[in-house]
Design a protein around this ligand. Sequence first.
Ligand code: FES
Length: 98
Amino acid sequence: MKRSASHTQTVQIVVNGIPRQVPAGISVAAALAQQPPGTTRTSVAGEPRAPLCGMGVCHECRVRIQGRIRLACQTVCAEGMAIDTDAGTAPGIATPCP
Ligand code: FES
């Protein structure tokens, strides 16, 4: 049975304090990519970074989820999930590896 777009379920997440509705079942990386700037962290050189490999290898997608460092590409969005990126922060305080 084919589902129509009107039956698509969504969950509410909070990204950097801003509530957002996203399709249920998508990864945090996909949710972040839907909203500008789509970045996840800042490199030690001060460059914005975003998910690259999508399979848990590069760690470019490190974010804080519920206060804990997680890989956005390996985490499915859940209702009420609080996600904090460090995009735009000063160099040298980038999110460490989980
Ligand atoms: S995008 Fe490479 S580890 Fe998540």
